[in-house]
Design a protein around this ligand. Structure first.
Ligand code: BTN
Length: 233
């Protein structure tokens, strides 16, 4: 369960960093949300520009998580977002592993970070949903928002509450079912990828998040870290 405790900020460097620094004193499931971030971070050390009008939040997971299980949190969060968007009649899909797109335009990004050396001590799941932003400057062909898709401004608190409900519903369901749902929304399957000069067909995604690849009738598994995602999309 997430969201029993919610900490709200007007401005913060990064909601992910706040949870990282305060993880010891905060309870499992705590959410931090901020109206803007001055140092919002995306995956691969990218900056996540976080002006007022969109939803920026993170939640803390203190479950006993192994590295092989991190993907479960990626899939649960992605499915919770897709369901939330469906509630606004927005049809979205998942760009592996965890970008949420509407007709090739990004509407939501997820940044999951794990802390602890051998054993994972805790996870921080950060979510940025484009809600009321209409102009993405140079990125209008690559980004969209709930407002751009529905022509209506939305209350950020309400969207956060819908997410909390959606996520808490998803984690109650058997993961095999959620994983199937995730696969159904995923756009990576059937694409080709090259690795060490060999071309592989992406046949599927394993429940631990590895891609299942085929070359010359042989099956190979590849982890997220080994894959260059740039060429996929
Ligand atoms: C990505 O697509 O690269 C992931 C973007 C994640 C952005 C969110 S906004 C709230 C949380 N705090 C951060 O600094 N980043 C995540």
């Amino acid at each position: 369960m997430i969201g029993e405790k919610i900490l709200r900020f007007k401005s913060i460097e990064s909601t992910n960093d706040f949870l990282k620094v305060n993880s010891k004193s905060l309870a499992n499931g705590t959410i931090v949300v901020s109206e803007e971030q001055t140092n919002g971070r995306g995956r691969s050390n990218h900056l996540w520009i976080s002006e007022k009008g969109n939803l920026y939040f993170s939640f803390l997971i203190k479950d006993d998580v192994t590295r092989m299980e991190i993907f479960k949190y990626i899939a649960n969060t992605s499915v919770a977002i897709i369901r939330l968007l469906r509630g606004f009649r927005i049809k979205s899909e998942i760009k592996y592993p965890n970008d949420i797109l509407v007709e090739d335009k990004k509407i939501c990004g997820i940044l999951i970070e794990s802390y602890g050396s051998l054993d994972i001590k805790y996870l921080v799941v950060g979510v940025g949903i484009n809600v009321n932003q209409q102009d993405f400057k140079g990125l209008n062909k690559k980004a969209t928002s709930i407002k751009n898709e529905t022509n209506k401004s939305r209350d950020l608190d309400k969207i956060l509450n819908i997410f909390i409900q959606s996520y808490n519903d998803v984690v109650k369901i058997d993961f095999n079912k959620i994983f199937k749902e995730y696969i159904g929304y995923s756009v990576v399957i059937g694409k080709n990828i090259t690795n060490n000069k060999k071309t592989y067909l992406i046949k599927g995604i394993h429940k631990n998040g590895n891609l299942i690849l085929e070359n010359d009738g042989k099956i190979k598994y590849m982890s997220l870290n080994e894959i260059s995602l740039e060429e996929l999309y």
